[in-house]
Design a protein around this ligand. Structure first.
Ligand code: SAM
Ligand code: SF4
Length: 319
């Protein structure tokens, strides 16, 4: 079925209102989180990456069609030399939210700039509160820098969230430490389930931990009070008695496809309707007058049921 956006509104054939866009700036990263990418790997040639002008043009058109929120990601978005230029361009679009997802190692020097252009939503990935363990998971140094940056962003008034991947036998003994950290620092921590994607597509046997298992661990210590979230939120949210704000992104055990409102733009300009679905449609050279038609074709293919796994890596699509 062909969908037509009406009055700038993207509605897919299942009635889902598509309003969020993930923009990947590149697939390269300065970390090597063991579940995300191998130590030895190659990345897209820089010449293949969308330029700041292309990113601005595509995003502007998509905003015109109905996108309300943009989150910039990668790979590690701060590795782009033109990161600030791209963010400044996106900051001029009429969005209700602009955000960045980052590992935090190189973000501190950009905080003032991000604040000034109206990008106030920062998600940091942090899988351990222990320095040595952080290094073992990410194959990188820089734990203190990441932590300082998270706290500096919180102090500046950014809406900060920490994303922590649940990894059985690797960091599940830190779940309560993260809850305490959330209460102490006033920062929301969201626990993510390991998805069968990229090098984790075989499930990385034994590593998977469900949101329910984590909820059980926390509930033995304190009451978790459910909080309301938007219908298209990927996360369920709770407030703990201690004041901690805890979320769960249960992509595997409770897929949220039925309410998904996301499109993804890869670093080389593929528009994808789903993280798990194969392929996308290159839109970098689509003339303005045909863009609406192509976007409609992409969202018409947005699945309602989740593919169980994909070999394409998270950093290649934009996580
Ligand atoms: N480099 C940035 C970062 O780490 O925040 C942005 C890109 S990274 C791919 C985005 C998120 O994807 C991270 O929070 C990471 O933990 C998550 N991720 C990577 N592989 C995953 C997997 N197999 N299952 C679930 N989340 C995954
Ligand atoms: Fe890099 Fe993010 Fe993947 Fe870790 S999860 S390797 S920080 S892209």
């Amino acid at each position: 079925m062909q969908v037509q956006p009406e009055s700038g509104c993207l509605i897919d054939p299942h009635g889902r209102h598509i309003r969020k866009l993930r923009v990947s700036l590149l697939d390269a990263c300065n970390f090597r989180c063991f579940y995300c990418m191998p130590l030895e790997t190659s990345f897209m040639p820089v010449t293949q990456l969308l330029t700041p002008g292309e990113i601005e043009r595509i995003c502007k058109s998509l905003v015109h069609l109905g996108i309300e929120r943009i989150r910039v990601t990668g790979g590690e978005p701060t590795l782009r030399k033109d990161f600030e230029e791209i963010m400044s361009r996106l900051g001029k679009l009429p969005l209700d939210q602009l955000g960045v997802t980052s590992n935090g190692l190189r973000l501190k020097g950009h905080l003032e700039h991000l604040w000034s252009i109206g990008c106030h939503n920062l998600n940091f990935s942090l899988d351990s509160l222990q320095e040595e363990r952080f290094e073992r998971i990410t194959f990188s140094k820089g734990f203190r820098t990441v932590l300082d940056t998270i706290l500096a962003a919180r102090s500046m008034g950014f809406n900060v969230k920490i994303n922590t991947l649940l990894l059985k036998g690797k960091n599940d003994d830190e779940i309560l430490d993260f809850v305490r950290f959330s209460a102490q620092e006033g920062i929301e921590v969201r626990f993510l389930e390991l998805m069968k994607i990229g090098i984790a597509s075989n499930g990385q046997k034994g590593l998977f931990m469900s949101a329910d298992e984590a909820i059980d661990i926390i509930s033995k210590r304190e009451l978790l009070i459910p909080e309301e979230v938007e219908l298209d939120s990927t996360s369920t949210a709770f407030r703990a008695e201690s004041g901690a704000r805890i979320g769960f992104i249960a992509s595997e055990s409770r897929p949220f496809c039925g309410h998904c409102s996301r499109l993804r733009l890869t670093a080389d300009g593929q528009l994808r309707s789903c993280l798990m679905a194969p392929g996308g449609c290159s839109i970098r050279r689509v003339p303005e007058e045909h863009l609406k038609e192509v976007v409609c074709q992409v969202i018409a293919q947005k699945p309602m049921e989740r593919n169980p796994s994909t070999l394409t890596r998270m950093n290649q699509i934009g996580g």
